[in-house]
Design a protein around this ligand. Structure first.
Ligand SMILES: [Zn+2]
Length: 252
């Protein structure tokens, strides 16, 4: 059921019945104005999930959880709106390669989704922080989940899943929380790759407009070229060698 909608010339001060501040409205309006498609809003009722954007041929469907209140609701709303901005601006995406087994393909697609959204989230978070929004509530929840969980036995897929989950929050943590996170994985098989991953410094790469390079570097470190490729404007990068050859074209 459609609860709300948003398109040119019709700016709402509330989203799904939640009042939003003038600043949030202003930032959202900029995205509504540049969007080539109508934007619809729906309530997301899946527990533990905050939001996502569904892309259809003639609209964007934004799903938002109402578990969040006040500024956290607004931050989450803008988070999803920034994903629309990225889509409109032609940001790169992680795609998956085809494998022959259906069960494997589902796992490969899950890794693709996670890689794609976590890497694009670095840009989302940069934007939110630069506009004075706090992402602490989201970071603390993710950190808590990680610190309270035992890592499952490693399979190829679990490994990539966990690495990207750890890496997605690491740059934003306080020094103390970084130590907590690292000591949680110290002594496990995750630490070695994780130490290489944090050297990629995706946050800095993305700030300097090189989201595609950040994606390629992360896939390099995780050794995922056999199941992933990067799509960026007219470029498709399928291997580490292709990446190295095309690196200069990837800098906007
Ligand atoms: Zn996101």
């Amino acid at each position: 059921m459609i609860f709300n909608f948003h398109y040119r010339g019709m700016y709402k001060m509330n989203i799904l019945g939640r009042k939003i501040s003038t600043n949030t409205k202003r930032l959202a309006e900029e995205i509504v104005d540049m969007s080539s498609k109508k934007i619809n809003y729906y309530e997301l009722t899946t527990k533990g999930k905050y939001g996502y954007v569904e892309h259809s041929s003639n609209c964007y469907n934004v799903y938002l959880s109402k578990q969040l209140d006040g500024e956290d609701f607004e931050t989450n709303y803008l988070h999803e709106m920034r994903h629309i901005y990225q889509k409109e601006k032609g940001y790169p995406n992680v795609n998956s390669k085809s494998v022959f087994n259906e069960d494997e393909q589902n796992k490969v697609n899950d890794i693709r989704d996670r890689l794609d959204s976590h890497i694009l989230d670095f840009d989302v978070n940069n934007w939110l922080l630069n506009n004075g929004y706090s992402i602490d509530c989201f970071l603390q929840k993710s950190l808590e989940t990680i610190l309270n969980s035992e890592f499952p036995e490693t399979s190829y897929y679990n490994h990539a899943f966990i690495q990207i989950q750890l890496y997605s929050i690491y740059p934003y943590l306080t020094e103390l929380d970084k130590i907590k996170l690292k000591s949680h994985i110290e002594g496990t098989e995750y630490i070695e790759v994780f130490n290489k991953l944090i050297k990629v410094n995706a946050l800095e790469l993305i700030s300097s407009n090189s989201c595609a390079i950040a994606m390629c570097e992360i896939i390099d470190v995780l050794g995922l070229w056999n199941i992933s490729k990067i799509k960026y404007r007219n470029n498709k990068i399928r291997t580490s060698n292709e990446y190295k050859t095309k690196k200069n074209e990837l800098i906007k």
